[in-house]
Design a protein around this ligand. Structure first.
Ligand code: NAI
Ligand code: MG
Length: 357
């Protein structure tokens, strides 16, 4: 069986980390005899916008909908296209139209990478953030009135549905159930956001009835962020609304030392549409073009893609490979963000070679 994968590098360092992501996927596919076919697309990036005045062709949905997965780099080039246009015109369309309602982001302290949280070791930080990915605070309900006048008013409403909330909670409980610790933490703010968040808490309690083995706790988002830093070992699976999940899933990987290694999966669990796999980081204009971006976020995203496609063994081989390369800690191989003197390619090549063994 061939897995058809749409490849979209996007902007900035997306173009630099994607080749390394593909290099490692090709190596693991060869070793495990997995048939991957890659098709490259030049849209969903700001270069395409410069040429066409839009981020994607009108028939993007038709072009992509039958792929088994989308392997994505990063989008955004704020010097030329405002972020609300580039992101809303591409990634957010994929997430919504392909109903990728789960955003799954591992936070795991890797060997050889120094955490800013002194004395934490691999194993001390190993949890998932499950972010609701289609509604919540990121809604298109709202508007502006009296623009440019003294009366100017802007409103953007949070939209939470029972359908949308219960399905993300179900995914998170199932994930917690499958892990040894069987622990779920819910991000709330029911003290301040006094309509939607108490309701979110009620849905968590209702769902927990189906998972008696899973222990459940909750924190308000403010102290939860503090606890990510102070007690990252407390967490196993953390479930959150769209905005809270966005914040937590940058903070979680930051606690593991660098955002450059963090992967993410935008999952349509039913498989009605392709799921999308991308590093957590953006296009990093500050380092783009220098060839020094850490490719592990892209490579690990490729591993999540393979696991989603049913190749858990190959996915684990990729993770083992980059953990081994990080354990070796050869400074000539590693990128500068993890205290190396190498570059995107030296690190990608080392991981691909290791995976091929
Ligand atoms: P960013 O993630 O691009 O960069 C933040 C910082 O992390 C920078 O200092 C960068 O050099 C560093 N960094 C990021 N990835 C790295 C890697 N692989 N190796 C080493 N260092 C790395 O976030 P920023 O600067 O806020 O956004 C830049 C653009 O990317 C914007 O247009 C933004 O909208 C877009 N963006 C896109 C995302 C996506 O496609 N999912 C996610 C986040 C931002
Ligand atoms: Mg983010």
């Amino acid at each position: 069986m061939t897995h058809r994968i749409a490849v979209i590098p996007g902007d900035g360092i997306g173009n630099e980390v994607m080749p390394e992501g593909l290099r490692v996927l090709e190596a693991v596919a060869k070793r495990f005899d997995i048939d991957l076919s890659f098709e490259h697309f030049d849209f969903a990036c700001c270069d395409y916008y410069a040429k066409h005045g839009k981020m994607m062709p009108d028939d993007w949905f038709e072009q992509l909908k039958d792929f088994d997965a989308i392997f994505y780099g990063a989008v955004g080039w704020p010097d030329t296209v405002p972020d609300h246009i580039s992101l809303w015109g591409s990634l957010l369309q994929f997430r919504r139209q392909f109903d990728q309602y789960i955003n799954l982001r591992p936070c795991k302290l890797l060997p050889g990478i120094k955490s800013p949280l002194a004395d934490r070791k691999p194993g001390d930080i190993d949890f998932y953030v499950v972010r609701e990915n289609t509604e919540g605070e990121y809604s298109s309900v709202g508007g502006k009135m009296f623009e440019g006048t003294e009366r100017e008013v802007v409103i953007q409403e949070t939209v939470m549905t029972r359908h949308g909330t219960d399905r993300v909670l179900k995914f998170a409980f199932e994930l917690a159930q499958s892990r040894p610790r069987k622990k779920l933490t819910s991000a709330t703010k029911s003290n301040g956001i006094a309509i939607t968040m108490p309701w979110w808490d009620e849905r968590v309690v209702a769902m927990s009835g189906n998972y008696p083995e899973v222990s459940v706790d909750k924190f308000h988002i403010d102290i939860l962020t503090a606890n990510f830093v102070m007690h990252p070992d407390w967490f196993d699976v953390v479930v959150a609304s769209n905005l809270f999940g966005d914040i937590l899933s940058d903070l979680g990987p930051a606690c593991t030392g660098t955002i450059g290694v963090a992967p993410s999966a935008n999952i349509n669990p039913e498989g009605t549409f392709p799921s999308l796999f991308e590093p957590v980081h953006g296009s990093a204009p500050d380092i783009a073009g220098k060839g020094i971006a850490n490719p592990i976020g892209q490579i690990w995203s490729g591993a999540m893609m393979l696991e989603h496609l049913g190749h858990k063994e190959a996915a684990d081989a990729i993770i083992d490979a980059f953990e081994a390369v990080l354990t070796e800690a050869n400074p000539a191989v590693l990128t500068p963000d993890i205290r190396g003197q190498g570059n995107t390619q030296t690190l990608g090549q080392a991981i691909a070679e290791r995976v091929a063994r």
